[in-house]
Write a protein that binds this ligand. Structure first.
Ligand SMILES: Cc1cc2nc3c(=O)[nH]c(=O)nc-3n(C[C@H](O)[C@H](O)[C@H](O)COP(=O)(O)OP(=O)(O)OC[C@H]3O[C@@H](n4cnc5c(N)ncnc54)[C@H](O)[C@@H]3O)c2cc1C
Length: 369
């Protein structure tokens, strides 16, 4: 029997692949194909679920700002409360004040915070923290509801999700791509969108492409207990100005991360004892809160292009092959705007002139040698 034909096959069922698939399904016959038994198993199930418009490169920040309206007023297929407001507080010790100044110059909209104002917001912070910048425009994302919303939208629009299907081969036959899994060719399409996260360069290789240099980096997080009387649910997300730790409320707990970026091969990332110890050490270097027990711990891979920007667009070397990868630490906060962009590019729609420079910053061509 001939393999089913689609207009677009998206490889990868994380937030990138599912959001791209759902957006494309409005006007194309789409298959999203995922190696694991459920979508969102890798990086997308392991994030800190934060929306920070002040975080990332200028291009990422713009895509994050452009995603805010979607999260505040999502389409009908989504739950309504996807973004719960919570500011971010960037913290500096004496020897880090220069970095704080750099950030204040780069982002003049952020509020300067005195040591007293910092401790009024987050009373456990040590007196060694002497400066802060506050961004009121951030929040907690309901990442589970976001992924489910995109999956529902994909389904409602007639798209297909196939799980337990690791793509092992990509063959160009005429003007179409044939996608091979362990039991042979499973589908064909004119267009492939590579949204394989940490595996994106491996998927590129299946199509015969030299890698773009995408690099997975492990990041660790854990949950610790907080006494209820501290009312930590109201605290902003706190981030070291060197991005060497962050913590934020997560239900009854605090999520703490050493903001590690350890190079890794693509894999099912697991937390290392040393990184958990580092998380607690860095947390306690700026906070007075005993940590008796780690409630839970996990790690995931954040995947970056060499220049730190996301990779969105057509590969200049091969017809019908698009990249949607390198989402780094911003895959959720920028997902709606990024999905719109890949959709416009695949559909060859005119992109507004105001976005021309942005497209060049994100284009795969910048990484092809
Ligand atoms: C600890 C941590 C904290 C984070 N915090 C935040 C945050 O606060 N805010 C934010 O916006 N982002 C955050 N991120 C980043 C965010 O989680 C990622 O940017 C995002 O999940 C990346 O999504 P993705 O779909 O590209 O990758 P993934 O979710 O990894 O999806 C890629 C999928 O492709 C599949 N795949 C790979 N190869 C194949 C193949 N050959 N065939 C079929 N399928 C294949 C994989 O199985 C996988 O499911 C964080 C990440 C981590 C690890």
């Amino acid at each position: 029997m001939a393999a089913p034909e689609f207009d677009v096959i998206v490889i990868g069922g994380g937030i990138a692949g599912v959001s791209a698939g759902a957006s494309l399904a409005a006007a194309r016959k789409v298959l999203v194909i995922e190696a694991e038994s459920q979508p969102g198993y890798h990086a997308s199930a392991r994030s800190a679920a934060y929306f920070a418009p002040a975080y990332g490169s200028a291009a990422v920040r713009r895509m994050t700002v452009d995603s805010q309206a979607f999260y505040q007023t999502p389409p009908v297929e989504f739950a309504s409360n996807l973004l719960k407001s919570r500011g971010s507080l960037f913290l500096a010790r004496q020897n880090e004040l220069g970095l704080l100044e750099d950030m204040a110059t780069d982002q003049p909209g952020l509020e300067r915070m005195s040591p007293a104002a910092i401790r009024a917001q987050v009373p456990i912070i040590h007196s060694n923290v002497v400066g802060g910048l506050f961004d009121p425009v951030g929040g907690d994302l309901d990442v589970h509801a976001i992924l489910q919303g995109y999956l529902r939208q994909l389904r409602v629009r007639g798209g297909t999700l196939q799980t337990d299907a690791r793509v092992l081969g990509l063959d160009r036959v005429g003007e179409r791509w044939q996608v091979r899994c362990h039991d042979g060719v499973v589908a064909s399409a004119k267009i492939i969108v590579n949204a394989a996260g940490a595996w994106a360069d491996e998927v590129g290789r299946l199509a015969g492409l030299a890698p773009l240099g995408l690099q997975p980096k492990r990041r660790t997080a854990c949950l610790i207990a907080v006494p209820e009387r501290l009312n930590h649910g109201r605290w902003p997300m706190c981030v070291g100005i060197q991005e060497n730790f962050y913590f934020k409320a997560e239900g009854a707990h605090l999520l703490v991360s050493p903001a590690d970026e350890t190079l890794s091969a693509p894999c099912d990332a697991q937390p290392e004892e040393l990184d958990i110890a580092l998380a607690i050490d860095r947390f306690q270097s700026v906070c007075d809160l005993p940590v008796d027990r780690i409630q839970s711990r996990w790690a995931g891979l954040r995947t970056f292009a060499p220049d730190g920007n996301v990779v969105v667009g057509a590969d200049p070397r091969l017809a019908g092959f698009f990249w949607f990868a390198g989402q780094g630490g911003y895959g959720f906060q920028s997902a709606p705007a990024m999905a719109d962009l890949i959709c416009q590019l695949v559909r060859k729609e005119a992109v507004p002139r105001s976005q021309t420079a942005l497209l060049a910053q994100l284009a795969p061509a910048r990484l092809v040698r």
